[in-house]
Design a protein around this ligand. Sequence first.
Ligand SMILES: NC(=O)c1ccc[n+]([C@@H]2O[C@H](COP(=O)([O-])OP(=O)(O)OC[C@H]3O[C@@H](n4cnc5c(N)ncnc54)[C@H](O)[C@@H]3O)[C@@H](O)[C@H]2O)c1
Length: 414
Amino acid sequence: MANFRLGFIGAGFLAKFQAKAMHQIRGVDLAGVHALKGAEELAEVARQNGLGDCKVYGSILELCKNVDAVAIFAPNFARVQIMQAITDAVAQGAALQGIICEKPLGRTVAEAQQLVDLAKQCGTPTAYFENQIHMKGIRAQREQLAPQQAAMGPLALARSAEEHAGPHEGWFWDPTRQGGGVLSDMGCHSIACGWFVLTPLGKPLTFLEPVSVTAVTSLLKWGLPKFRKQLLDRMGVDYSKTPAEDFCTGMVTFKNPETGQLSQAQFTNSWMYDKQGLRLTMDGLGPGYAFELNSLKSPLEIFIGDEAAESAADAETALEKSTATRGLLAVEPNEADLYGYVDEIEDAVACFKQGKNGYLNFEYGLEVTKLCQAAYMSAERGQAIDLTDPAIQTELKSYTSLIAQGRGGEVLYR
Ligand SMILES: NC(=O)c1ccc[n+]([C@@H]2O[C@H](COP(=O)([O-])OP(=O)(O)OC[C@H]3O[C@@H](n4cnc5c(N)ncnc54)[C@H](O)[C@@H]3O)[C@@H](O)[C@H]2O)c1
């Protein structure tokens, strides 16, 4: 049987990571790529690594006509425009079996809704890429603790965090292009992960009903004059004019519609985690049982002393967003697998081949966007947001946070 042909839109940091994940998957080729920058380089890497005869396409239409499914791995500000081009390609005869979109589905609820509506127009199955829900560690704890859950009841508290020292490209830092700061960029991971972890086994992804959200957004490091200058020099973004939050924390409260039991998911995210590199921490507490995961607890450590530091290899081959090249360093030898990229691609391809949505579809991505935007609303107003209030639900449909409007100076603690 011929390999499934995947096409990438975007050839930057994330696309390269996903290509690494594809090395570990059988029966799928990286058949084509379209990007404003980096497409030739990624196609060459794909060909050299046996990922298939990857071709560079000058348009989304041409790419869509030559692959079985496409993945949107381009910046957040280009989502709607790219999804519109995919929809046009399908209308012009591209026989796509699936459309993938990276997190966040939209910078606002309205944008995420547009993606859902355009996908419906295409009539094509979708997959929303939230890798943390696919992490083997997260899946394994659910499996291992299934008997305890059956005997004692579901988890009541989940805590999820994703932190690192800051993103690699200027557009991430610019709230008007990215959709906010770290809450929009990484809060979406932690909110989704907490919701998933709390969901009783055997129940659908959105079984637990979100009741309320409280959140705080602050600018703790990158608003200080010294770091503002660094940001301006390195990324071309001026936080004296358009600041975004580099720290957020909050709580989503959920209700079990069958039992009425409340559970809570706490999220914490920062771009000011000046330690080894990317750290994911998740834990869950149930009655009489618990789990804890820390992605920096690797069985492999390396040490590079001052004398040997000059010969250090690229730090980012050891750990995503690594901040040091000497001392005692954690190395994660297979980050693409650890973070769930391998499993999310395998899931999407298997589902598309059967003509159905991935485990997480665009509608699910829209629900996560709603929670994330409600968190901005809470931080902005300094109050809990009642998600069961029809007036709030209506308001969220057209809400753009002040931070995303470039008015972060009015609301950020700094
Ligand atoms: N799951 C994760 O943990 C994770 C990690 C990083 C990024 N992401 C997400 O992946 C997406 C891409 O992020 P990245 O880090 O690769 O960004 P990046 O800036 O490194 O790369 C973006 C790529 O998209 C291309 N591009 C830009 N505009 C385009 C357009 N209109 N049409 C076609 N190509 C276009 C660029 O040329 C580049 O090749 C973002 O939405 C981001 O939120 C997810």
